[in-house]
Design a protein around this ligand. Structure first.
Ligand code: KG4
Ligand code: ZN
Length: 342
């Protein structure tokens, strides 16, 4: 089954053609990062406008690279939630138009579910059930993936997402948006024990996260130093901050795996590109003889191939939509979209 997939939830306009949820026939991503960098973060109105300008060309290129026409496709999948509403609406309306014009079934895909599915494109033997740490710019969840379309959140952040904390700390250190990757690179040559930072816990919720106190602690250290005319060593501060975030993520993730009896652990989302997080999951799982998976770096960030992968499993579960499908800025990963009765 060949699916044309579209993603426009934030600042990348992307389209891909994916076969049977596991094979990428083409994947095109047009990023807007350079423009949003000027403002230190994503400006929603600019994002929507750029999606409108790019989507036609990006979809055409995905079809061309896959050497396929609409006749060769079996369905259109699109990210419909969660994300920036104006940005999502561009992809959703484009996909609805295509579905209407071609008669192809329309498959709504949850953005975080698609991040999880990016792993299916790389690891042919990966199948649910497994426990997944989904860490992106807007979310930090520990999710039981009981089946391809059956998920249960067992832990989540009470305030900032891990990616958001990385980006804000990086910005205070003078790094450009999105700072997570720059902080990660700076940390490689720093001493993780040089600054003492907290590992915040959420009382009574051993699987939940809280990153805002940690973010504030590092920002305060930088501001206090600058008031005294001092500049802190960015590499050491980055390494200490990265270790603190990864300690919090891994402590809860491993505890959840032990408590819920999972021996197959998966990372997903933009922050799964973090080199320390990837190293730590390898070490922790090898020690326990557990299986572990993470996406290739090329599929950690937003892309449409992952939407095509998850779209395949949503289709098999009967989750197709009519042209009254709407975009949603928030939506739990647990929620299955209302199905069209076929
Ligand atoms: O999943 P994603 O591409 O977009 C959302 O759905 O939010 O995640 C983007 C987030 C950003 O906060 C970015 O800084 C972070 O992922 N990120 C990283 C790294 N690469 C991307 N954070 C830490 N280390 C990295 N290497
Ligand atoms: Zn994302």
């Amino acid at each position: 089954m060949k699916i044309l997939a579209i993603e426009s939830s934030c600042d990348e306009t992307a389209a891909a053609v994916v076969e049977d949820g596991r094979t990428i026939l083409s994947s095109v991503v047009a990023t807007q990062i350079e423009e949003h960098k000027l403002y230190g973060g994503v400006v929603p109105e600019i994002a929507s406008r750029r999606h409108c300008e790019s989507i036609n060309g990006v979809v055409a290129e995905a079809l061309e690279r896959a050497q396929i026409s609409f006749d060769g496709l079996d369905a259109v999948a699109v990210t419909y939630a969660p994300g920036l509403i104006g940005a999502l609406l561009v992809g959703v309306n484009f996909a609805k138009g295509l579905s209407l014009a071609t008669g192809l079934p329309l498959i709504p895909v949850h953005h975080l579910r698609s991040h999880i599915a990016s792993n299916y494109l790389e690891h042919s033997r990966l199948k649910p059930p497994f426990l997944c740490l989904v860490v992106s710019g807007g979310h930090s969840h520990i999710v039981e993936v009981k089946d391809y379309t059956e998920m249960k959140i067992i832990g989540k952040t009470r305030d900032d997402a891990a990616g958001e904390a990385f980006d804000k700390a990086a910005r205070t250190m003078g790094m450009s948006y999105p700072g997570g990757i720059h902080l990660d690179q700076a940390a490689e040559s720093g001493d993780p024990l040089s600054f003492s930072l907290p590992r915040p816990k959420v009382d009574g919720s051993p699987y939940d996260f809280s990153f805002s106190g940690l973010k504030t602690a590092v920002i305060n250290q930088i501001h206090n130093a600058s008031q005294k005319g001092l500049t802190l060593p960015v590499n050491d501060l980055s390494a200490s901050f990265r270790k603190a975030v990864v300690d919090c993520l891994m402590t809860n993730f491993i505890k959840a795996a032990e408590d819920f009896g999972y021996e197959q652990l998966v990372l997903a989302g933009g922050v799964s590109a973090n080199s320390l997080l990837r190293k730590r999951i390898r070490e922790e799982c090898e020690k326990r003889r557990w299986h572990y998976f993470y996406p290739p770096l090329s599929l950690c960030g937003d892309n449409a191939a992952m939407v095509g992968a998850q779209g395949y499993y949503e289709y098999l579960a009967g989750h197709t939509a009519s042209t009254d499908l709407n975009a949603r800025p928030t939506m739990s990963i647990e929620y299955n979209p209302p199905c069209k009765t076929v």
